[in-house]
Design a protein around this ligand. Sequence first.
Ligand SMILES: Nc1ncnc2c1ncn2[C@@H]1O[C@H](COP(=O)(O)OP(=O)(O)OP(=O)(O)O)[C@@H](O)[C@H]1O
Length: 255
Amino acid sequence: MPAIETSALTKRYGSTTAVDQLDLSVPDGTVYGFLGPNGAGKTTTMRMLTGLTTPTSGSATVANVPVTDRDALRPHIGYLPEEPPLYEQATAYEQLEYIAGLRDLPEQQTKERIDELLGRLDLSPDDAATRIADYSKGMRQKVAYIQAILHDPDVAFLDEPTSGLDPRAARTIRELIGELTDQGTTVFLSTHILPVVEAVADTVGILYDGRLVAEDTPSQLTQRAETGETRTLEEAFLEITSSDPAADDAEATHG
Ligand SMILES: Nc1ncnc2c1ncn2[C@@H]1O[C@H](COP(=O)(O)OP(=O)(O)OP(=O)(O)O)[C@@H](O)[C@H]1O
């Protein structure tokens, strides 16, 4: 069974169709790079797949659990949203211990994992003992990332995981994503930073106006079908999202 499977997944807000009949099938242990212009429906898709918002129609399973069954879904998934919820008054360590407690993680093992991840992301013991209110944007992002993957989820949903991070930390996150998939975790990654996608994604899907308009491996997407020439993922993205694909279809049909 795929780690993520959706069938005609749709979300409407009034007259806006944020996600339109989305069909996805993401194999276990792979990285799916989920791209699209601002307002394309990426966050809405991730909110449906993490049980935070209910689909208007269609269906989806994550780790074989229907996304409408939020309680059953929770232990299987980790979510790093665009604006991660952190307790300003807690220290980073308290925040992570609190999240571990909510998830019933074994104490000693979790402590070791928190220490290891803080170290990997260059947060010193002094930093870990500092209140989050006094953290920089990048330091918050690091804690939010650790919080999302601390329980070794089957599927990790990462929205702009390298946002605000310095180059060293961004590289560590890319390495950590590789390690997650080595352990069998599936990563659903949404970002506008295309080199990150090129470096880590097995498959790239491009959402445009709520619809999936392209899906392929990064190397296929960057290959021009007609000439065999290579283009960057940025060029491919800009070409694919430069006009209304429905209009292109109509043009192709009507000559
Ligand atoms: N709670 C909501 N109420 C009404 N409309 C919404 C709501 N959430 C999202 N939308 C609309 O749905 C569409 C998709 O938004 P979404 O946030 O999913 O896009 P996105 O691809 O994540 O964009 P970005 O790259 O800017 O984060 C937009 O037209 C947005 O205005």
